[in-house]
Design a protein around this ligand. Structure first.
Ligand code: ZN
Length: 166
């Protein structure tokens, strides 16, 4: 192993067709709300994505409790439980099947990485979670597009990378 323990954060990545289908199914199921979750894979194949895990989008819960701080609902926003995320990442590391991707959907919008997405996942020019990011675009209930985004080191920005379906 070299000095780079999490090479998947740079992309490009390879996803099993069944896993991509599961992300698409999740995105359709939650439409017109955004879905979110994790994708993991074996550490020994750093670019390979083999397992999807659905997470609850807590945007509506926060919006209900505190609409001023959280003005947006799950239609345009997603929020993963941070404690669950921390635990899932730690468990993945222990099992040698690290979480490599955090995914979410956009409803009636493209599969771009939004300003809000960038602000959620990078701060002070540092990537917050050691992951790459998949965004699924759902238009009128149908999956339209899927894109992989990776952090640009030393910035708060992200660029598109290649996601190959196998
Ligand atoms: Zn987004």
């Amino acid at each position: 192993m070299t000095g780079d323990p999490q090479p998947w954060i740079r992309g490009p990545l390879v996803i099993d067709a069944a896993v991509l289908q599961e992300l698409h199914a999740h995105a359709r199921d939650t439409y017109p709300s955004e879905c979110c979750g994790f994708v993991s894979g074996p550490r020994v194949e750093p670019d390979h994505l083999t397992t999807a895990m659905r997470e609850e989008n807590e945007a509506d819960k926060y919006h209900k409790l505190d609409p001023e701080t959280f003005p947006r609902t799950s239609k345009t926003y997603f929020k993963i439980n941070e404690l669950r995320a921390t635990r899932a990442l730690a468990a993945g590391e222990e099992n040698d099947t690290p979480i490599k991707v955090i995914y979410h959907s956009h409803c009636d919008a493209g599969a771009y990485f939004s300003k809000e997405d960038a602000a959620t996942f990078a701060s002070n020019n540092t990537l917050m979670w050691p992951c790459a990011f998949i965004v699924v675009s759902v238009m009128e209930g149908e999956v339209r597009d899927t894109k992989l985004w990776v952090h640009e080191p030393g910035t708060n920005g992200f660029r598109e990378s290649t996601l190959t379906v196998r």
